[in-house]
Design a protein around this ligand. Structure first.
Ligand SMILES: NC(=O)c1ccc[n+]([C@@H]2O[C@H](COP(=O)([O-])OP(=O)(O)OC[C@H]3O[C@@H](n4cnc5c(N)ncnc54)[C@H](OP(=O)(O)O)[C@@H]3O)[C@@H](O)[C@H]2O)c1
Length: 290
């Protein structure tokens, strides 16, 4: 079985994307981010997920530059803050993300959320259509090789698809996804429209790690609970974005060359959400203005 770090998939527009990404939420700006990205690149990760709101794009960019890895061999993804809802502001924030990352283009640019983090669930239908118009413009300029969404519900996606002024279907939907919380309605709807699903918080921000069912499967397969949780995503054709800081975790999460049997996949499918709290709550993503 090929090492997951060397396997790729294609987005609906033909862009090639690695089958595992590396997360950076809550990795502190500065030396912590620089070190974790440097380690991940050394281990062989080529897909980095960041966001304007994480305030670490600059450190991601520094680590990428110092790694000496060719730009064409990397998949760099960042996100527009959920608070930004006007056409001109989208273009302005995008420019700043490129500048922070010191790159001429990103491989994927996502809308972080359909609403501001201070008010999840707020109806921003009209604003999201305007934002998507700007995202299409960025895509056409060639400076984002693909565009997508995150935290969008079926309603939010439909809102974009039904607008006749909008012509590009998002290529990616990044959603919270882990064993016991797989959001099948959104995942199925997104797939039906050709989107690739990325799993954020694939370890439920660490809260899956002491789950009894997963731990007993880990013993059976002689792997770690983290590896079971990540392999579950991979076998469901979802791209996990584990975040880790220690070299041990970073390596462990990339060693997924084992197969979870069908019966055990079904066991994991039947699990209910073992996590008491979702991976984020209002206020987790503080908005930083330009
Ligand atoms: N679009 C969105 O709204 C959104 C929201 C949340 C997350 N995300 C993205 O998804 C990424 C991942 O989600 P997440 O940050 O919530 O966390 P996660 O990947 O679900 O879990 C990370 C936690 O698990 C620990 N860990 C990692 N590998 C481990 C291993 N092999 N063994 C034991 N512990 C391990 C990490 O510890 P150490 O760090 O100490 O190594 C950290 O505490 C984010 O970083 C971000 O890029 C996106």
């Amino acid at each position: 079985m090929a090492n997951i770090l060397h396997t790729t998939t294609e987005l609906s527009n033909g862009i090639v994307m690695p089958k595992i990404g590396f997360g950076t939420w809550q990795t502190k700006p500065g030396s912590e981010t620089y070190a974790s990205i440097s380690k991940a690149l050394k281990v062989g990760y080529r897909f980095i997920d960041t966001a304007w709101s994480y305030r670490n794009e600059e450190n991601v960019g520094d680590a990428i530059r110092d790694s000496g890895i060719k730009r064409k061999d990397l998949f760099i993804q960042t996100k527009l803050p959920g608070e930004i809802k006007t056409y001109d502001e989208v273009l302005r924030y995008f420019e700043h993300s490129l500048k922070n990352l010191s790159v001429e283009y990103v491989d994927a640019y996502l809308i972080h959320a359909p609403w501001p983090w201070s008010n999840p669930g707020e109806n921003c239908d009209q604003q999201n259509r305007e934002v998507w118009r700007a995202m299409e413009q960025i895509y056409r300029s060639g400076r984002a090789k693909s565009i997508g969404i995150s935290n969008f519900s079926v309603h939010d996606i439909h809102n974009l698809l039904q607008d006749e002024q909008l012509t590009i279907t998002p290529m990616i939907n990044q959603i919270q996804y882990y064993v016991g919380y797989t959001q099948s309605e959104i995942a199925d709807y997104s797939r039906k429209h050709g989107m690739r699903i990325e799993a954020y918080s694939p370890l439920a921000t660490g809260r899956l790690l002491d789950n009894e069912t997963i731990t007993s499967l880990a013993e059976k397969y002689k792997v770690t609970t983290a590896q079971i949780a990540l392999r579950y995503c991979v076998q469901n054709e979802v791209i996990p974005l584990p975040k880790a800081r220690s070299m041990g975790h970073i390596i462990n999460n990339s060693e997924l060359d084992f197969e979870i049997q069908d019966s055990d996949m079904r066991l994991l499918d039947r699990m209910t959400d073992p996590s008491e709290k979702r991976g984020w709550h209002a206020g987790d993503h503080t908005f930083y203005d330009l």
